[in-house]
Design a protein. Structure first.
Length: 181
C-alpha cells in the first residue's frame, strides 16, 4: 500500500517525508484503531482509509510540525473507527423483512412473519435487552461466527452462545405475548 500512497504524491521531497512518517507511525495508528474496533479485518480497512485521507491532504500537512501531523493522523484514525461503528449500529436498526426472517427461521416463526408487519417484529427485537438484540443481529444479520461475536463484544464464546440461545427464547416469548405468533 505504501507504493500506492507514494504514487499519489507529486514531488520526491514530499514522498520522502510521507514515507518517513508512515514507517514511523504505522504501527501506532494500527494499534489505536484496533483498540477501538477489536477486529483485525476492520482495523486493516480503517487503517487504509486513514492513510488515504492523510496522503490526500499531505501537501497541507507537510508544512506543519511532526506533532501536529501525528495528532491529525490519530484523529482521523479515531474518527474513521467511530464512523464504522456508527454505520454498523445504524444498519442494525434498519433490519429488512428478509433479515428478520433469517433471525426467526430457526425457531419456525417464518409463517408468523407472513401475517404480520415488519415493524412489529423490528419493535420486538429492539425491545430486547441490548445484550440479546446485539448478538442476534450480529449472528443472523451479519452472519458472524460465534468467535467474532465474542471478540467484538469482549465476551467469552460460551457467553455469546448463551446470549444467542436466550435471545431467541426471549424473542419467541415476546412475539407470543404480542400475538405475533
Amino acid at each position: 500500500m505504501l507504493f500506492l500512497y507514494l504514487s499519489m504524491l507529486e514531488n520526491e521531497n514530499t514522498r520522502i517525508q510521507f514515507e518517513r512518517i508512515y514507517r514511523k507511525y504505522y504501527d501506532g495508528v494500527y494499534r489505536r484503531i484496533y483498540k477501538i474496533l477489536k477486529n483485525k479485518q476492520d482495523t486493516e480497512d480503517i487503517s487504509q482509509e486513514t492513510w488515504l485521507k492523510v496522503v490526500k491532504h499531505y501537501t497541507i500537512l507537510e508544512k506543519k510540525g511532526e506533532a501536529t501531523v501525528i495528532a491529525y493522523i490519530m484523529r482521523i484514525a479515531k474518527n474513521e473507527s467511530v464512523s464504522l461503528i456508527r454505520r454498523r449500529q445504524k444498519e442494525a436498526q434498519y433490519m429488512t423483512h428478509s433479515d428478520i426472517q433469517n433471525v426467526l427461521c430457526e425457531e419456525d416463526f417464518f409463517s408468523a412473519l407472513e401475517h404480520h408487519t415488519e415493524e412489529a417484529i423490528i419493535d420486538c427485537i429492539k425491545s430486547l435487552d441490548a445484550a440479546y438484540s446485539d448478538v442476534l443481529v450480529y449472528h443472523y444479520l451479519y452472519h458472524l461466527p460465534i468467535e467474532a461475536i465474542s471478540e467484538l463484544l469482549e465476551i467469552s464464546e460460551d457467553a455469546a452462545r448463551k446470549r444467542i440461545s436466550r435471545g431467541r427464547a426471549k424473542l419467541a416469548a415476546l412475539l407470543n405475548r404480542e400475538g405475533i405468533i
